[in-house]
Design a protein around this ligand. Structure first.
Ligand code: ZN
Length: 277
């Protein structure tokens, strides 16, 4: 791999879900040989694997685990389900530790049967319940605000401002935010909020992809960078101006792209990253 290529890609990370048809062993082998240095691991990819063993393989490839996706889904009208969610999140923290992932991304959850305010109260409660365990394990937690189209059942936290306010209320250095351009690109306050999160030391992660027109599936029709209308490079500049120095994480769920040859897709990801991010 020529030096320039390595340098260009030094901050590129790919989420295992992006190349969902590949096993985690395939993903880390092919990412690594393409010059990708960061990997974010989805829990699904760890099924029937020992996280410590995967951690060893990742290190062997000279790669870093950027984060584990994902924890969260705290709210429910049923107290038993809320308790179960907290238990599950404690297990996610143990998994992150075994994987040596420094960060867990939280898709916070929502229950369509109750007001969003109530779901947000339960999210704060859930995060507070797991923070001591995260802190003891040296694992940071990132609230990922989700696009409002997911406010019914996936997250009651829909803007960066709401995420920042929750961080402020809970006030722990172990809690911050994940900025995903797919969820936040439309927000007129985005630049200002990124700046405020940066000042507070809360910019923990940055996820990139694109927004297609028309979007034909609410969950699984994300675009490759350059296929849509998100000003990715502009948002990246805002992140960097706010002090963010972490990885640029490509996170694409796409039934369309999962059907294509994943080697060709990986090549396109790297080209698109260079050109549009
Ligand atoms: Zn994301």
């Amino acid at each position: 791999m020529p030096f320039e290529t390595e340098k260009d890609l030094s901050r590129l990370c790919i989420h295992t879900i992006t190349t969902k048809p590949w096993s985690i062993e395939e993903a880390l082998k092919y990412y690594s040989s393409a010059g990708v240095r960061g990997i974010t691991v989805w829990r699904e990819a760890l099924q029937n694997r020992r996280p410590a063993e995967i951690s060893r393989q990742i290190a062997e490839e000279g790669m870093s685990v950027v984060s584990l996706c994902r924890g969260g889904f705290f709210p429910s009208q049923e107290p038993a389900k809320r308790r179960a969610a907290i238990e599950e999140n404690l297990r996610v923290i143990d998994e992150a530790q075994a994987l040596r992932a420094p960060l867990i991304v939280l898709v916070c959850g929502a229950d369509p049967g109750q007001p969003l305010e109530e779901s947000r109260r339960q999210i704060a409660e859930g995060i507070q319940a797991i923070l001591p365990h995260a802190e003891a394990g040296g694992i940071r937690l990132a609230i990922e605000p989700l696009h409002p189209m997911y406010a019914d059942s996936r997250s009651a936290i829909n803007t960066l401002r709401q995420a920042r306010q929750m961080c402020r209320e809970i006030d722990s250095p172990w809690l911050g935010v994940a900025v995903d351009v797919y969820h936040l690109w439309w927000d007129p306050d985005l630049q200002e909020e990124i700046g405020l999160c940066g000042n507070a030391g809360k910019l923990f992660a940055f996820h990139i992809c694109d927004w297609r027109t028309p979007t034909v599936d609410l969950l699984n029709d994300r675009g490759l960078m350059g296929e849509g209308c998100i000003p990715i490079r502009r948002i990246r500049h805002w992140m960097e101006a706010a002090g963010f120095q972490g990885f640029h994480e490509v996170e694409i769920f796409s039934l369309r792209l999962w059907q294509t040859d994943q080697h060709g897709f990986l090549k396109r990801i790297i080209e698109a990253y260079r050109e549009f991010a």
